[in-house]
Design a protein around this ligand. Structure first.
Ligand code: AMP
Ligand code: MG
Length: 484
């Protein structure tokens, strides 16, 4: 039986020299209490189910009570924010409590909203309930979709409030991820010309996360190549599910290809390529249709920081691997959504034509693909009646039908596979907003329902059809700001 105390702590980041972090104690909020705990995350960590019921859980996790094995620290990093280099970043409102070995691998335990650190700049070191809950839900949604991401074990509340545009309740989440290393960790040492630490960081990543690459002739080159490939795959995954990250700064880019730092993100409702999920991103730098190329821009910044570790030609070749990998990875995901198993030369055009029509006709992205799972070309397709422009659909679906005929699988088999990759339940902004408003009133039932649905988003859950619906009028284009 594994308890919080008997987790197998193995704080490998803390074994790095002091240049990598500042040791810090958590400053707990008053009367911290547990608002929600994610049982599937607890299972992932191997925690005994009785741990979920502990009355002292919030006190332990928040640092109000000693948690044996933890050695909290604030990581130092830098990053390019909206294209500008900022040397002064780091964990400004979160602490890496420690790392644990579990049957599912090595996990970071990171408490977000834990108080001021040397990297807080002008901030208060706190997080509000609104943004903490958005992160809590989104990370489970992403994990449920099978996309690499941080997760959160629990959400903690407190009577304390903090000032944002209004006074808001403060909260904390205990976030877990295989690693919280960011592109910005490497940029920090590069711009300070601390090349020995730069190499030490790369060695750390290789030793603890990618030991197989140490067998290669040039492990640093192999590591950069791996980061490029993982980033391309992550972008393909985000694009295929209609996810847009609102703040794709290099300090929010995971080195190992996980989704990190959910702020003003969106899972698309209507298919809208130019969607900007961050109200403060006036220029649309991080609009949905720019994310794949912004990731390459960010990789370029990383490659620059990598230059003391390798030859220039290697950097160029690593970056050149991005585009073909992104395109093939994205195409494979989209073909899976369409139920197409074979590869065909005209498939890229088929996908592009579909997306062009969807954008023009304001088609709901998740609903369309879920409904498409029931399309067979012979019986009437109910979703056609919901379309604003059925003539566009009629044209495209003729090509699609021809293409389906080139497949070898039976229709029921294809439909089953499509239902396993076109989710019925997606964390639309309006659903998150409803859960936030309820949570601010002290009612966690919406959160509970959403966590349940998002853990198995491909299942039917027939009692919850309303959670699969497009947003009501008030829930379209909610303004999600950066302040969190
Ligand atoms: P973000 O874009 O939210 O990932 O944050 C960018 C940087 O600002 C990171 O170094 C954060 O730790 C820091 N930060 C954001 N909000 C706060 C806050 N309320 N207090 C202190 N630091 C913060
Ligand atoms: Mg961040």
């Amino acid at each position: 039986m594994t308890t919080l105390e008997s987790l197998h702590f193995n704080n490998v980041f803390r074994r790095l020299p002091p240049a990598f972090y500042t040791p810090m104690a958590c400053s707990p909020l008053p009367d911290t209490r547990l608002l929600h705990i994610n049982a599937s995350v607890a299972r992932l960590l191997g925690l005994d189910s009785s741990e979920l019921q502990r009355s002292d859980l919030a006190a332990i996790v928040s640092g109000a009570q000693v948690w044996p094995g933890t050695e909290p620290l604030a990581m130092v990093y830098a990053g390019h924010q909206f294209g500008q280099y900022n040397p002064d970043l780091g964990d400004g409102r979160g602490l890496l409590l420690g790392q644990i070995n579990t049957p599912s691998g090595l996990w970071d335990l990171h408490l977000k909203g834990s108080g001021r650190t040397p990297y807080s700049r002008m901030g208060d070191g706190r997080a509000v309930l609104r943004s903490s809950l958005r992160e809590y839900l989104a990370s489970q949604a992403m994990h449920g979709l099978g996309i690499p991401t941080s997760l959160a074990l629990c959400l903690l509340g407190s009577p304390a409030t903090v000032q944002r545009e209004r006074r808001e309740p403060a909260a904390q989440i205990l976030r877990i991820a295989p690693s919280h290393l960011r592109f910005g960790h490497f940029e920090h040492f590069f711009y300070r010309r601390e090349y020995q630490q730069l190499a030490q960081l790369a060695d750390h990543v290789l030793e603890h996360y990618l030991p197989d690459l140490l067998e290669q002739a040039h492990p640093y080159d192999a590591l950069l190549h791996e980061v490029v490939i993982r980033t391309a795959d992550l972008m393909a995954a985000w694009q295929s599910v209609g996810f847009t990250h609102g703040v794709m700064n290099t300090d929010n880019m995971s080195l190992l290809g996980y989704t990190l730092d959910y702020g003003p993100y969106a899972f698309m409702d209507t298919y809208e390529p130019g969607l900007i999920s961050n109200h403060s991103d006036e220029g649309g730098r991080y609009a949905f249709h720019r994310q794949a190329s912004i990731a390459l821009w960010n990789l370029n910044a990383l490659a620059h920081a990598w230059s003391p570790l390798t030859q220039q030609q290697t950097l160029i070749e690593a970056l050149q691997a991005y585009e073909p990998r992104f395109l093939s990875s994205y195409q494979r995901r989209m073909l899976n959504k369409l139920g197409l198993q074979q590869d065909h030369p005209a498939d890229a055009v088929l996908i592009a034509d579909l997306l062009t029509w969807m954008a023009k006709s304001s088609v709901d992205y998740p609903c369309f693909f879920r409904a498409l799972c029931a399309f067979d070309g012979t019986s009437p397709w109910a979703y056609r009646d919901e379309l604003i422009d059925p003539s566009g659909w009629d044209t495209w679906s003729q090509h699609y039908l021809l293409r389906l005929k080139q497949e070898t699988r039976s229709t029921p088999e294809r439909q089953q596979q499509m239902r396993a990759c076109n989710p019925k339940f997606v964390l639309r902004n309006y659903l998150a907003q409803r859960a936030i408003e309820a949570a601010e009133r002290g009612d966690m039932r919406e959160t509970d329902t959403l966590i349940h649905l998002l853990t198995q988003p491909f299942d039917e859950h027939p009692d919850h059809d309303d959670y699969a619906a497009p947003p009501p009028e008030w829930g379209r284009h909610l303004n999600i700001s950066c302040s969190s």
